[in-house]
Design a protein around this ligand. Sequence first.
Ligand code: SAM
Length: 310
Amino acid sequence: METWDKNLCSPAVVKELLAKYRLAPQKGFGQNFLINARIPQEIAKASVPEESWNSSFDQPLGALEIGPGLGAMTRHLSALYDQVIAVEIDRGLIPLLEETLADCTNVKVINQDFMKLDVPAFLQSRFGDMPVHVCANLPYYITTPILMKLLEAQRPSRPPKICSVTVLVQTEVADRLCAPAGSAAYGAITAAVRLAGTAKKLFSVSAGNFLPQPKVASSVVQIQLYPGGIRDAIDDLPLEDDALDIRIEKTKELISLGFAQRRKTLVNALSSVYAREAVTAALADLELRADIRGEKLSAEQFVALAGRLS
Ligand code: SAM
């Protein structure tokens, strides 16, 4: 087996490989390849849980990469994790990845559209009981749907199968994920992330580090999922797991209605589903103004409101 010894982030190597396999970066698949070797290395390193650096840590760890591209980050993940699954939509890249990852025996590349996967079943079949860390340079055109799909794959009442998500995204999205409640950048995705874990911006990556160059700046953001599920973060939740999962489903519905028309008061935004008097009474119960807008409520307040409206 040949060991790959070229720099997969050198623009010359990227161009040579694409030419060899008669490929060109596909805009429709959001293909902006990293051309600074330090960046995939730093992202992969940041994705590894701190506790695993301890010499007594002996639990096998799995990494899930969405969109390996030419395999630059995949090779680092292969060195850091026991098992790596990389899901790539572009069939044309599969033979190329077979070449660039030939010596990475713990990597399996799956040619699939991530958005079409049944994520819980996929994780169970590929990783078994192994905890999984997601690490990726996400295609810009579906960043939010991918993040939502990853979060939706978890049962709020249970410890998550996916422990963390470390991704390179547009800076605007990174800012949104980390925004405090009530700020201009705070949105439905921010509140949805808070139901699953905490988000933190790690570092920025300028457009010149990609081929082709995107028009926007990018940042690496990390979501650490609550290790014990949502009970780690919010008090006064139902004791029964099923009741808690139902409460969080209802919370997500309120968030999506509350943010669908940001300029409306929450009472108006929810009026297609809930009686105005019930929402006003629930808000009063939570010591919130009757004319408050959804964008002012924290995830915790949305959870409490869902409890009052049950
Ligand atoms: N990881 C590589 C890098 O950092 O250079 C490539 C990152 S590029 C921004 C995004 C990658 O995601 C591409 O390889 C693209 O083909 C792949 N991709 C796009 N949509 C996808 C989907 N729905 N499912 C799986 N992979 C997808």
